[in-house]
Design a protein around this ligand. Structure first.
Ligand code: FAD
Length: 619
């Protein structure tokens, strides 16, 4: 493949990776600057007398940085949502990602065509070779971006799930360049009446066609409606197909171009080895016994699954061996319920605090769909006392900090609350609340039963926070109908937990309602001695009298109002964290962008920044 124009082609291959290095280094620098800013804020927050609003920029340089950040956010957030049922997957990425893609495509188009389109005798061959190189150059990038133990993510401070969109788009781009490569050679052979001879004498052509066919297959069945038909089957065939493609690429390219192939293999092998190492490290114990919860296993973990509503299962995994930050997720593998499936779930509790739990358990909250989550729900319904053996891999993800913003708006739709609740609980459990002065929490679900468990925990966390001077409001929006789950109307009102419990679950005694929730925050999440129970009961009685206010809505929540109100009264920066489906995510993106633009954030009006963090729980 060295072929025609090999100097330029080599140079472009190197340039592609130099550009990548520069982009990663720049993002690392941005991360470093933001980290220093965060440390300064926290330092200032410890001395409120000297600086009551530590999240406001107070030097020319920090003001410049804040203005630039605000402009980048405003440009990158807007997203056009396709509100048509079954077609919402056609929703394009937010503007920021579209711009990134446009820049990427411009660079690739330049590489594909620079001094290649010359109408001479070598026209077909020159473009063919050039695009062979442009294609092969991108091959390692696809594997780099698909890594779960992701080096780029580690360097720039993001998770594998947030780089996955780029993996898909680079693969689609590579398909285009591979097609241009093949088309030009093929056309040349057709024009020279050479196709048959070429196929006979050059077996590498067949391997190339095979690799291209697999790439086409991966691109076509990678589109959302097909990919999500049976995601786990899709993953298995995708891995197998990609390895087959690598083998064919190896056979197709000449030796002097194989360094790019080996780079791709290195990324793949590193990722797999790291994942296996993590899996073994987190699921093997040399010591057994001794755990107060009897949950310790030599291989794997004891898993308790409890169905807490028609669509929700709470899974407790005992004796985990790792630390995590609130909002991170793990992959859960329970061979008995899905031998070849590992599913991502957010750890639905804040980081463990030393001495508060005897068995170091983590909790996951699973929404029932049609596959594994349905199987575990029905297992838990039929065997409420049984336990399972399962394996964890992770933790993965880079959730946002909760302590460096003055106001937090946490929006969780359905099990999206598993992402936002741990942030709230982390704030409630921390010794120092950092810069936080106000938190608005919104839970959205079709029925109250889906989120009852989250609301109760949020109230306890909210109580702890309000006692420390943080203003906290909890909003609950039930979108299914104008009626509560037991037929009582849920008019927009302000209420405490006893009203909610009475109107939603039919439970008349609020204390019982709280107690009956699984795994409440007692001194140990799994067992309770009588003394523990007494303590817990006393705490709960005390808590009920001071639980924070909950506002209920029977319609879709007005996200704009929810964000606007706290932003308009904030003296410092606001963080909006949203976790939910594509519609609520797009709405929130557009609201934040509009609000930031309308208020001319950091452009001389005094309006302060709005940071947005989005999680979608989907690939
Ligand atoms: C980072 C992350 C964190 C998540 N956290 C939670 C959580 O805390 N609670 C919760 O209820 N859900 C969470 N999810 C979603 C959860 O992983 C899927 O709902 C679950 O895997 C569905 O399994 P199933 O076999 O029952 O689904 P199916 O009925 O087969 O499919 C339902 C949907 O889930 C998707 N899905 C299926 N398997 C996977 C998989 N292995 N990885 C990703 N998506 C998959 C499918 O594409 C489809 O859109 C999270 C997803 C991600 C990516």
């Amino acid at each position: 493949m060295t072929g025609m124009g090999s100097d330029i082609n080599h140079r472009f291959a190197r340039a592609y990776w130099y550009i990548t290095a520069v982009v990663v280094a720049s993002l690392m620098a941005v991360r470093g600057i933001n980290h220093i800013g965060a440390l300064k804020r926290l330092k200032a927050a410890r001395d409120p007398a000297s600086n009551p609003h530590p999240t406001r920029p107070n030097t020319l340089l920090s003001q410049l940085w804040a203005t630039t950040t605000a402009i980048v956010r405003e440009i990158s957030l807007p997203q056009f949502f396709v509100p048509v049922r079954h077609l919402s997957w056609l929703t394009p990425p937010p503007l920021g990602r579209v711009l990134v893609l446009l820049v990427y495509w411009s660079v690739i188009a330049y590489f594909m065509s620079w001094h290649a389109v010359v109408h001479d005798v070598n026209f077909w061959e020159r473009i063919g070779y050039r695009n062979a190189w442009v294609t092969l150059t991108q091959l390692p990038m696809i594997f780099l971006l698909s890594m779960k133990v992701n080096i780029v993510g580690f360097l720039i401070g993001t998770g594998h799930e947030r780089l996955n969109w780029l993996h898909r788009w680079v693969a689609r781009t590579m398909f285009v360049t591979a097609t241009v490569h093949g088309f030009h050679f093929w056309t040349e052979w057709v024009l020279a009446d050479f196709v048959e001879l070429e196929m006979e004498t050059m077996p590498m052509v067949k391997y190339g066609l095979g690799a291209w066919a697999i790439l086409l297959w991966n691109v076509v069945i990678g589109f959302v409606p097909i990919r999500r038909l049976a995601y786990e089957v899709w993953v298995l065939q995708h891995v197998a197909a990609s390895i087959a493609m690598l083998v064919l690429v190896y056979l197709h390219v000449p030796t002097n171009a194989r360094f790019l192939f080996w780079l791709a293999v290195a990324f793949l092998v590193f990722d797999r080895a790291a994942r296996w190492a993590l899996l073994l490290w987190q699921n093997l114990r040399f010591k057994t016994g001794g755990s107060a919860c009897q949950g310790r296993r030599r291989v794997g973990h004891q898993i308790l699954a409890r169905a807490v509503a028609d669509t929700t299962t709470v899974v407790t995994i005992k004796d985990v061996h790792f630390a995590w930050t609130p909002g991170q997720h793990v992959y859960l593998w329970i061979p008995r319920l899905g031998p070849l499936e590992a599913h991502p779930y957010t750890i639905a509790c804040a980081r463990r605090i030393e001495g508060t739990c005897c068995c170091n358990s983590v909790q996951l909250i699973l929404r029932k769909h049609k596959g594994f989550s349905k199987r575990i729900h029905s297992y838990a319904s039929k065997n409420p006392e049984a336990s399972l053996t399962g394996f964890l891999s992770g933790p993965y993800g880079a959730p946002p900090r909760w302590d460096i913003y003055e106001t937090m708006v946490l929006i969780g739709a359905s099990t999206g609350a598993s992402f936002t609740l741990p942030l709230l609980e982390a704030a409630a459990q921390a010794d120092f609340v950092g810069c936080v002065k106000r938190i608005e929490v919104l839970f959205v679900a079709r029925t109250y039963r889906e989120i009852e468990y989250y609301v109760q925990r949020a109230q306890k966390a909210g109580d702890a926070l309000s006692q420390r001077g943080v203003t906290i409001n909890i909003h609950v929006a039930i979108t299914n109908s104008a009626l509560g789950s037991d037929g009582l109307p849920l008019s927009r009102n302000e209420t405490n937990i006893s009203h909610i419990t009475a109107s939603s679950s039919g439970e008349s005694n609020p204390k019982t309602a709280i107690k009956s929730s699984p795994h409440q925050d007692s001194s140990c999440c799994c067992t309770g001695t009588n003394a523990d129970e007494k303590d817990t009961q006393e705490q709960q009685e005390k808590a009920i009298s001071s639980l924070p206010v909950v506002r209920e809505y029977t319609t879709r929540p007005d996200i704009e109002q929810l964000i606007r109100q706290p932003v308009e009264v904030a003296y410092g920066e606001t963080a909006v964290v949203v976790c939910g489906g594509p519609e609520i995510v797009a709405t929130t993106r557009n609201c934040v962008s509009r609000l930031s633009d309308e208020r001319a954030v950091h452009k001389g009006t005094g309006a302060q920044g709005i940071y947005l963090h989005v999680e979608e729980y989907s690939f």
